[in-house]
Design a protein around this ligand. Sequence first.
Ligand code: SF4
Length: 217
Amino acid sequence: MSNQLQQDHFKVKPQNQVVTKVSPEGGDLEGAKYLAGRGAQFNTKNRFLKNEKTREHVEAIDDWEETNLPTQYLEQDSKTIVNKVESKDVGMSYSMNPYAGCEHGCIYCYARNVHEYWGYSAGLDFEQKILIKKNAPQLLRKFLMHPKWDATPIMLSGNTDCYQPAEQKYRLTRGLLEVCNEFNQPVGILTKNSWILKDKDVLRKWRKKKLYQQWFP
Ligand code: SF4
């Protein structure tokens, strides 16, 4: 196990909950507290990075405090928004994800590992550092205008939840739905966030056209 992993696991700032934490080796960590509102409790090592910054723990010197940082939104201009899904294990051919990382922070999430591709950790970073593809609706419009596009259904949230809290600020999912509606593009939506109800108006239009399905995991 790397130093960073050990350090992060053992040096968690006490929050408002008193819960016994279990070490990677299975022993109880007396006095350690959970970071409230987070699924992961530390940053795991990114297997793609050759060099990582770590903080050395010197025995008998005062411990540093690991704070539960507020979620950061990292805006970016993306090059693409629609991805072809090659896996036969999932029932979708194309997906689009306006956000990378997910503040819902489910510990079992299969998308955590994808965060390592962007240089972050699959642990706390996944739920604290959310990448915002702020030009997503424009990219989708360009994609759907391609003369060879055959309107195969696209899954919104094939990777991360498109109605996670960032949507309340950026409304990129809303923007994508409006573009799909305009082009009569069939869409599937996978979410566990009730914020989807804010888009009832556009979804109703679609229901009439029989162009969308939704799933609540
Ligand atoms: S809501 Fe979905 S995408 Fe978000 S962390 Fe949970 S499982 Fe992952």
